[in-house]
Design a protein around this ligand. Sequence first.
Ligand code: DPP
Ligand code: ZN
Length: 873
Amino acid sequence: PQTVYLSEYRVPAYLVDHVDLRFELFEEGARVHSTLAVRRNPESEDTSGRLELDGDSLVLEGLQLDGRDLEPGQYENQGDRLVIPEVPEQFGLTVVTWIEPQNNTRLEGLYKSSGMFCTQCEAEGFRCITFFPDRPDVMARFRTRIEADRAGYPVLLSNGNDVERGDLEGGRHFVTWEDPFPKPCYLFALVAGDLVEKRDSFRTCTGREIDLRMYVEPRNADKCDHAMDSLKRSMRWDEDIYGREYDLDIFMIVAVDDFNMGAMENKGLNIFNSSCVLASQDTATDATFQRIEAIVAHEYFHNWSGNRVTCRDWFQLSLKEGFTVFRDSRFSADMGSTTVKRIEDVTLLRTAQFAEDGGPMAHPVRPSSYMEISNFYTLTIYEKGAEVVRMIHTLLGPDLFRKGSDLYFERHDGQAVTTDDFVKAMEDASGRDLTRFRRWYEQAGTPVVTVRDEYDEARQVYRLDIHQTVPDTPGQTGKQPQHIPFALGLLGADGQPLALKLVGDDAPPAEQRVLELTEASHSFEFEGVAARPVPSLLRDFSAPVRVDYPWTREQLLFLMSHDPDGFNRWDAGQRLAVDVIESLVDAGEDAEIEPRLVSAYRHLLTDEGLDQALVAKMLQLPSEAYLIELAAAPRVQQIYRARTRVMNHLAAALREELLACYHRNNGGAEYRLTSDDIARRTLRNTALGWLLEIGDAEGRVLALRQFREADNMTDRLGALRALVNSDYHEDREQVLDAFYQRWQDDPQVVELWFSVQSGSTRGSLEQVRALMEHAAFDWKNPNKVRSVIGVFAGQNLAAFHAEDGSGYRFLAEQVRHLDASNPQIAARLVTPLTRWRKFASVHGEQMKAALETIRDREGLSKDVYEVVHKSLA
Ligand code: DPP
Ligand code: ZN
């Protein structure tokens, strides 16, 4: 496969002003008539007169230039490219293609899912529909006519407004849609199916009435309310916080069962993976409700950060994704608990993005090359990209940031631009110099910030020496220091925050400062410090870096109870738990477990004056994945055992407190989605999980009762998970069976049922294989593949890293199998194996051997090829 380089970017030689599409949809295939209004790009240096269009898996049935058929000698169909060597300055081009959506298992382009037609065009799916300049800097106005059987496909949707509809011969009908906004073809969408419509409306800040419509299969009609409410909240929030109003008269959301991504922001017609949009109290957990709210917001926010202003090329993907994740995460924070949302974002970043940044696929937020762009929809582009925007927000402050975003939207409306244009708008609006800051877009790797401190009692000065390094990553060495906003505070012995006054700095004393690190080393001296303070570093995780500071357990315990920064209070608890678990990895079975950890947890469980949402988070032990990420040469079985020992120890020592916590939070009140109630459910289910972990008999009774009586999926699943993760084998089988019987017709619930089992550390590889034989498992459905295979390799780490290498071989086998039908998902599944270098000798070798079996498969897709070859290189 070919590598694409950012340095080779050239403006398109031809632009398309208008696209007229006509889809004839049939059971045995679809015919696509596409007429393009093309003109030479005056800004292009290419004057050859040669037109090249992208294509993929297309049968070309007709080709006309200005109404005249082109003869075979006048064009060349190379399969992935259609070349017309000589075209005029301006012309009309008609392309007729035949495609087979019913056989499209890659789920890119036009395909069928549960009997309906739908599309996914980002990044390069439109070329699977027709020959076209499939690149985001070609923006055209689309008019789309869809023709299909009226009975089978009563609902026909595309972007924009429906302008015409009518009947055709043979029981067929058509609808024509027109989108007034020029857009890249990756934002094109089409849906045809037998769907019910749910309607609502939204009045914008200028008083326009927007028609909101959701389209779902009839059986899902009662699962739309939450997404609809989330949509309205998002629309309001984007007006209030960013001054962005919706621009079309209709906004549509469609739910689709087979979908590679979470959702897609097509102009005016967002398409969602069912699991990211459908919810009811009975079928969705709190986490699902929150995920839906976040994703609905994310896709809606793309209407400005992505659609109105789009990407020049795919190297700029984070321009829209990083910014939009930043936006949706602020939205979620505003809708719930700010601290909890920050904890969740940072957990994902530190567990998975840091691992990516330290692995063979490490790449900058703006990559400089790729083979397959689908492989670059990564945590680095999304989550680190969002952190980079967040740092700009921190450096500028909210008002200048808003000025910057206003300038960005105004200056680039209707354009396809770069991450640099975004930073430039922020600079121009604020007057700040972000030259150095741009390195965040260019340099891969997680910076390490080493902090050492010294207290000078005679001078009453506390000094911090801060040093940063950015590690080498594949293809990048000898990096420059990053521009890091480093938020901190200092606590006095009484737990009170100190007023910070830097030596030689006129700023008035403040309890928190954001230091700006721009060099490899800095020293900061704080004056008027009466006694050695405890530093609270990188508050609210102000930059995506690792902090190295020699914390003592005393300091961590102190911060856990005194830090005014909620995030750092949580983080101190995590650091303490990590330290305790790590110290047990090499210790004997009878090594003592830090008694102060037990008392700290007891305090969390019993002090009802604490923020219960934060407590619910603080009670979660660091995950195995995070512990593995932190270790230099992780020995997974030992880590797993040490963590389990700590959990069992805590559960046994705190049994009474856990029971009390369970009962205290077992309200029985009406189900509500407030952060308070979510915290209560999290607390009681955490308590239940710990009690079952140690096989507590009373816990078992409570779990069985909760399973039977729960009036919502969070509690029902909490009980199921606790029992599945226990040694009560008979109960386990019985509740799993009962659960499946009750919910077998609901795909989203069946996915939960799968993942509870495949992610259970009590489950074996044989049980996971058995799940793949289950009637509900479906290779063609990415959610099922993820909930069984993906969850096993990502969460059941003790089994995945089994000493005999069986987990690795299993994963490689599934990747080889899946690659033939869905390369995008296959390439994602490879990820855990790519980390082979990190693992101690035998494991690493076994993982590498598994990767090699994938590499050696005939006819490997470009997607899997890139991931496997880069990680073996
Ligand atoms: N649908 C994906 C997202 O919204 C890709 N744009 O992130
Ligand atoms: Zn997105």
